[in-house]
Design a protein around this ligand. Structure first.
Ligand code: ADP
Ligand code: MG
Length: 701
C-alpha cells in the first residue's frame, strides 16, 4: 500500500524531486499531488494516425512516424554543435535535428531500434526534417497510459527551457495515478450523477489526462466542467442565503414625507415602468430586516440616478443618512449639482465630499455627519476614508460599480453596527451568464427600458482621411445650436504619445474652429480638479461648443444639449468604453450622432468592434460581443473577483452547463440547506475543502 495521499507534497512524487518541485510551484502553482491531478490539459492531439515518410506534406501539422535511426552525426556550427540523426522507415528517410542538448541526447539514442517520433516537420531541398522531436521507443510507447488523444498541458517558457516537456508532465501524472491506484473520492451525489448521466469522478480524472477515446474525453470534460461551476454556484448561493437569514439590516418600515413630497411635487417626469419595478424591488429589500445587496444594471441614460435619489429619500424618511459614491470627481460633482437642484426647497441637507474639498469645509462635513445634521453625502472614494464617520448610515449607493474593487465595497460595511444597505449601480451591462458567476451572491435588478422620446444615436465609422467632411458636419450641427465632444484615447496615463495626440488634435480643431466664433473646452487627466471642473462648467453652461477630452468624461456625464460624439482613434478603445462614450450623447430631444474615427489599418477584432457599434445600441448585445472577443477575465470589474480563474470551464462556451450547475445548486440548497443529508455527504466534504481555499468575496464576508 502506498502511503501517499492527495495532500502529499509534489516533491515526493516519483520523477519530480526538489528542483522540479520548485519549478512546478513557482511556474504553475502546483504544490501537492492534488494540484497536479487538477492540472488539466488545454488541448489534445489526435495520435491515432501514423504517417509514412513518403506521405509527408509540406506545411503539415504535428505528425508521428514509426521508424529506426540508422545514423547519428554531430555537425559543428558557429556556436556549439547540432545533432543530426537519419530516420528511416520502409518508404524513405528524413532527419531528426537537435540544436540544444546534443551531447546528452546523443548518448540516449539507440541505432536500429524502433522509435515513435512526434513533432512538426520542416522541408528543405526535398528533405524533411523534424527539429526537437518527441521521441520514444515503440515498446515504451505501447506500455504507457497515453492513448489516442494526447493531452497538451499549459506550459511556460521557463519550464520548457528547464526540460520539463509536455511528455514529462504527462509522465508525472501517470506516476501519480500509479501511486494512488487511480481511485479518487466522489464529489457529486448519486442523484446528481444519475440525473445528468455523468461518469464517476475517478473515471473523469483518468480520461481527462489519458482519454481512451473522444467519447470518454467529452464525458470527462462535461463532468469536470459541471463540477467546477457547480461548486462556485454552491458557494455564491449559500453566501446569499446566509446573508439573507443572518445579516440583519436596518428595516425601513415606512415611506414618508420626503419621498411623498418629492414624488408628488418635484419629480420632473413620470417614471418608466422599469424604474417603478426596480424601485419596488428595492423597497421590498430594505423593508425585510435583512441587508440589501443589490446590483442595479441599466444602460447609459436609462435613468438610474432618479432611482438612487428616491431610494435615499426612503432612508431619510426612516431617520437614516444616505451616501452616494461615484468614481470620478466630475461625476460626483455632477450628481451633487443635479440632486441639489431636484431637492430644492425640501430641507434636505446634502453635501459634496471629494479630494479637493478644503479642510475647513471638510471639518464641517465631518461634524454634521456625526451629529446627524447631514442627510445625504455625495462623493468620490473620499467617502470611505476612515475619518468619515456617519451617525447612522442606512444606505450606500455606488455608481458605476466597475471602477471600485471589492475591497472598497466592503469598507462601507464597517461604518456602523449594522451594515448599511448596498445598491451598486452599473451602466456596463453584464451578460447574464457572467452576472450569474460573478455576482451570483447579489440580487440583480435591471432597468431594461429607456425614458420615452429618446432617439437612437446614429453611429458612423469614418476614416481619418475624411476628416474635412466630418469637420463640416460638426460646423453644421454647431450652427443648429448643438454641442460636440471630441474624445481622444488615453489608454495609459503616463503615455506621452497619447497627450501629444490630444494636444495635436486640440490644435487642429482650434484652427478649424477659430475664436471668437467658436469656444473650445479641454479636459484631461493631467489637469487640476478645479481646472477640469471650470472647463466642464463652461461646456455645461453652453459657453463652449466643443469639448476636447480624454476618457475622463467617459462615465456618467449628463449634458443633454451635447448631441455629437466624435471618438478619435476609435480602434484603440474597447467595446464597453465605446458604448459608454456614445452614451454621453442622445440625452436630449435632438437627433444625436456618434462618429468613430480610425486610420485605414484595422485589425480583424477592431473591425468587429466598430461594426458592432454601428449596428447596435443595445448594451447587452454589445457586452456579449465583448465577452466573446476578450474573454471574461478582461471584462472590467471581474479581475479581482477570483471567480473567473476557472480551471476547465469557460463562461462563454459553457453557458449551458453554467445554467445547469446553478439550477442544480439552487435545488440542492432549497431541499438541504446545510447539506445534512448523508446522500450529500460527499458534496459537503468537497464544498468545505473548496470554500476554505476560496477567495470568492473573501473581503466581504
Ligand atoms: P444613467 O442611468 O445613465 O445614470 P441618468 O440617471 O443620468 O442615466 O438619466 C439620464 C437622463 O434621463 C437624465 O437627464 C434624467 O433626468 C432623464 N430621465 C431619467 N428618467 C426619466 C424618465 N422616466 N423620463 C424622462 N426622463 C428621464
Ligand atoms: Mg449615471
Amino acid at each position: 500500500m502506498s502511503t501517499y495521499t492527495l495532500n502529499t507534497s509534489i516533491s515526493y512524487l516519483k520523477g519530480v524531486g526538489p528542483s522540479r518541485a520548485d519549478l512546478l510551484k513557482s511556474e504553475l502553482g502546483i504544490y501537492t499531488f492534488e494540484d497536479l491531478l487538477n492540472f488539466f490539459p488545454n488541448r489534445y492531439i489526435d495520435r491515432t494516425q501514423f504517417f509514412k515518410i513518403n506521405q509527408l506534406q509540406q506545411n503539415s501539422a504535428e505528425i508521428q512516424v514509426i521508424g529506426k535511426i540508422t545514423n547519428i552525426k554531430t555537425v559543428q556550427q558557429k556556436r556549439g554543435s547540432r545533432l543530426v540523426a537519419t530516420f528511416r522507415d520502409e518508404t524513405g528517410f528524413m532527419e531528426l535535428v537537435w540544436f540544444r542538448g546534443a551531447k546528452w541526447i546523443k548518448d540516449t539514442l539507440k541505432l536500429n531500434t524502433t522509435y515513435v517520433i512526434f513533432g512538426k516537420t520542416t522541408h528543405f531541398n526535398g528533405l524533411f526534417s523534424m527539429p526537437h522531436p518527441e521521441i520514444e521507443l515503440l515498446a515504451e510507447y505501447k506500455k504507457s497510459l497515453r492513448t489516442a488523444m494526447q493531452p497538451v498541458y499549459p506550459s511556460t517558457e521557463k519550464l520548457t527551457n528547464k526540460g520539463i516537456t509536455n511528455r514529462i508532465v504527462s509522465k508525472m501524472i501517470q506516476n501519480l495515478f500509479e501511486e494512488v491506484h487511480g481511485k479518487f473520492a466522489e464529489t457529486l451525489s448519486d442523484s446528481i450523477i444519475k440525473q445528468y448521466n455523468f461518469i464517476s469522478k475517478s473515471e473523469a480524472l483518468l480520461n481527462i489526462h489519458f482519454p481512451k477515446n473522444q467519447d470518454l474525453l467529452t464525458k470527462a470534460q462535461q463532468r469536470l466542467k459541471f463540477e467546477e461551476l457547480f461548486f462556485i454556484q454552491l458557494q455564491l448561493i449559500r453566501k446569499k442565503l446566509i446573508r439573507k437569514s443572518k445579516i440583519k439590516g436596518y428595516n425601513f418600515t415606512q415611506v414618508g414625507a420626503y419621498f411623498n413630497e418629492f414624488y408628488k411635487n418635484k419629480l420632473p417626469f413620470d417614471l418608466t415602468n422599469a424604474q417603478k419595478r426596480v424601485l419596488k424591488e428595492i423597497r421590498k429589500d430594505v423593508g425585510s430586516n435583512a441587508q440589501m445587496n443589490r446590483l442595479l444594471q441599466g444602460d447609459v441614460g436609462s435613468g438610474k440616478t432618479i432611482v438612487a435619489l428616491l431610494t435615499m429619500l426612503i432612508a431619510l424618511d426612516n431617520g437614516f443618512q444616505a451616501a452616494l459614491m461615484a468614481p470620478t470627481e466630475i461625476l460626483a460633482t455632477q450628481h451633487y449639482n443635479s440632486l441639489v437642484e431636484l431637492l430644492d426647497g425640501m430641507g434636505v441637507n446634502i453635501q459634496l465630499l471629494t479630494g479637493s474639498v478644503k479642510t475647513k469645509q471638510r471639518k464641517l462635513i465631518h461634524e454634521q455627519l456625526e451629529s446627524g445634521e447631514l442627510h445625504i453625502l455625495i462623493g468620490t472614494h473620499a467617502l470611505i476614508e476612515d475619518k468619515v464617520k456617519f451617525k447612522n448610515l442606512g444606505i450606500a449607493i455606488i455608481d458605476e460599480q466597475h471602477r471600485f474593487g471589492v475591497e472598497q465595497r466592503s469598507k462601507l460595511w464597517r461604518k456602523n453596527e449594522l451594515p448599511p444597505h448596498i445598491l451598486v449601480m452599473t451602466a456596463t451591462p453584464i451578460p447574464r451568464t457572467l452576472a450569474m458567476s460573478v455576482y451570483g451572491d447579489l440580487d440583480i435588478s435591471v432597468i431594461d427600458e429607456l425614458p420615452p422620446g429618446r432617439k437612437e444615436v446614429k453611429t458612423a465609422h469614418r476614416y481619418d482621411a475624411n476628416r474635412l467632411s466630418v469637420f463640416k458636419f460638426l460646423r453644421d450641427e454647431i450652427e443648429k445650436g448643438r454641442q460636440v465632444y471630441v474624445v481622444y484615447p488615453l489608454i495609459n496615463e503616463s503615455e506621452a504619445m497619447d497627450y501629444k495626440d490630444l494636444m495635436d488634435g486640440y490644435e487642429s480643431i482650434s484652427r478649424e474652429f477659430p475664436l471668437p466664433k467658436y469656444q473650445i473646452s479641454i479636459v484631461h487627466g493631467k489637469m487640476k480638479p478645479t481646472d477640469k471642473e471650470y472647463e466642464m462648467q463652461r461646456f455645461v453652461k453652453g459657453e463652449t461648443q466643443i469639448m476636447v477630452a480624454t476618457t475622463v468624461i467617459e462615465v456618467g456625464v449628463n449634458i443633454p444639449n451635447a448631441s455629437v460624439m466624435v471618438i478619435e482613434s476609435a480602434e484603440r478603445f474597447g467595446l464597453s468604453q465605446l458604448h459608454q462614450l456614445r452614451g454621453r450623447v442622445g440625452r436630449g430631444a435632438e437627433q444625436s450622432y456618434c462618429i468613430l474615427m480610425t486610420s485605414f489599418k484595422l485589425s480583424a477584432e477592431a473591425k468587429i468592434r466598430l461594426n458592432t457599434m454601428v449596428e447596435t445600441s443595445d448594451g447587452f448585445k454589445i457586452a456579449e460581443v465583448d465577452l466573446k472577443l476578450r474573454g471574461p477575465g478582461n471584462l472590467m470589474g471581474t479581475q479581482q473577483s477570483g471567480v473567473l480563474n476557472l480551471r476547465i470551464a469557460d463562461i462563454v462556451k459553457d453557458a449551458n452547463l453554467l445554467k445547469m450547475a446553478r439550477a442544480t445548486a439552487i435545488n440542492l440548497l432549497t431541499v438541504d440547506p446545510i447539506l445534512a443529508n448523508p446522500e450529500n455527504g460527499c458534496i459537503k466534504i468537497a464544498y468545505q475543502k473548496i470554500s476554505k481555499n476560496s477567495t470568492i468575496w473573501q473581503n466581504i464576508s
